[in-house]
Unconditional design. Structure first.
Length: 392
């Protein structure tokens, strides 16, 4: 199979990269190992778009026009929900079910060839990709490649060096599940208190402390998010199958125990039940590419701009180095920093681009640029860059 542009991974970044490359006229193939697009925003049930709007705005002012706003408009039309202000930032609630459908429509309209259940297993310069699907290997020859895997899998496949924070610094993972049958208003503080009671009485494990709930916008439905330490089986390594397996089973076990406890002890939750598990536990940070330029947290905090910026990073550093909630660090005067194009170009590798949470940046900058609104923007830019690299 031949492609002008091969996009690896169809999360927020890969969706935008593929649509943007196809709209730029490139024959674009998008491979995704799951059966739907959206990445963490669907498979892991992450249900809020952050980074779409400027910090401290009196109203939701777009940080990046183009695909981020197009996706936001489609989401608002699907859910009927508008952006809401939380402290200094505006966020857009999103529903994973709608996100998957919106993504399908966008790639179809743009003419992207999507291969679901297809996982990159090897890559050679040139670019020659080997993609596994149900025991068969498909070969794809591509003019340009965009790694939107979130885990810099193309770097691993090529055997080139990547960047990674120390295990104890990596942003912690979380497990999000869908819950139905909740009656009445969601009283966040009361629920948190109920969990503490359950731990004190010995009915709930200590790990339940990290669980909180948010309405989904659909009647009776909420999302439960359990912050995990990642150290359930020892050192946290989001690329290790044993560690990932422990995240999945611990997430399900603790969520189920909380649900049982709430059914017996929390008014309005008598008929509540877990309606869906995520396809995978949520991982915030793993490998990152080493690019021509590395965006730093200091630059994000200074609201730095560069001559070749392709997008703005409009989210504070959201550090989650423990499972006890985020530490937010805001840029000076709330000014959004620019993301330079060099952070999307793999160092020393022609026509290999990267977008989303594994672009070339340090651990602190990743705590800002990983949000989905920014991933749409880096994806769109990488798609354009990849398409134009074929003619330059
Ligand atoms: C628990 C949690 C809560 C979060 N909360 C928010 C929030 O409220 N708001 C917000 O905006 N962001 C939030 N984030 C961050 C955000 O969801 C992610 O950083 C963002 O979705 C990353 O997008 P991405 O496209 O870079 O990667 P991903 O969403 O991880 O997508 C990568 C895709 O590549 C695919 N893939 C990987 N390897 C291969 C391969 N070898 N072959 C083929 N396909 C492959 C994967 O299946 C996946 O679909 C949260 C993250 C987590 C984990």
């Amino acid at each position: 199979m031949k492609a002008d542009v091969l996009v690896i991974g169809g999360g927020s970044a890969g969706l935008a990269a593929a649509v943007s490359a196809a709209r730029s006229g490139a024959r674009t193939v998008l491979i995704e190992r799951h059966g739907m697009l959206g990445g963490m925003g669907t498979a892991s049930l992450v249900h809020t778009f952050c980074g779409l709007y400027l910090i401290d705005g009196d109203s939701p002012e777009p940080a990046n026009d183009g695909l981020p706003m197009e996706i936001a408009d489609r989401m608002r039309a699907a859910t009927g929900r508008d952006a809401v202000k939380m402290g200094r930032v505006w966020v857009l609630p999103q529903h994973p079910v709608d996100f998957a459908a919106i993504a399908d429509a966008m790639v179809r309209e743009a003419g992207v060839e999507v291969l679901f259940h297809s996982e990159l297993v090897a890559l050679e310069p040139g670019w020659k990709a080997r993609v596994a699907c149900r025991g068969s290997i498909l070969k794809i020859d591509a003019g340009a490649v965009i790694d939107c895997s979130g885990d810099a899998v193309a770097a691993a496949a090529l055997g080139v060096a990547d960047e990674r924070a120390a295990p104890e610094k990596l942003q912690r993972p979380a497990y999000v599940c869908g819950v139905q049958g909740v009656a009445g208003e969601l009283a966040g503080l009361e629920l948190a208190g109920r969990i503490v009671e359950g731990i004190r009485s010995g009915d709930l494990p200590k790990a339940a402390l990290g669980m909180h709930f948010r309405v989904s916008g659909r009647t009776g439905e909420v999302f439960g998010t359990l912050d995990l330490s990642g150290e359930e089986t020892g050192t946290y390594d989001p690329t290790d199958p044993g560690c990932l397996s422990a995240l999945e089973s611990t997430g399900r076990e603790v969520a189920q125990r909380v649900m049982l406890y709430f059914r017996g002890n929390q008014p309005g939750w008598e008929a509540a039940y877990i309606s869906h598990w995520p396809a995978r536990a949520g991982v915030r940070e793993s490998r990152r590419w080493i690019g021509e330029v590395t965006l730093t947290g200091q630059e994000v905090l200074a609201g730095a701009r560069h001559d070749d910026d392709i997008a703005l990073a409009a989210w504070p550093l959201e550090l989650r180095e423990t499972n006890r909630g985020p530490k937010l660090r805001y840029p000076e005067n709330g000014r959004a920093a620019g993301i330079p194009s060099g952070a999307l170009k793999a160092k020393g590798l022609e026509r290999l681009f990267v977008a989303g949470r594994c672009i070339s940046c340090d651990h602190e900058a990743q705590a800002s640029i990983r949000v989905m609104g920014t991933c749409f923007a880096t994806g769109e830019a990488a798609g354009r860059m990849a398409a134009s690299s074929l003619t330059s």
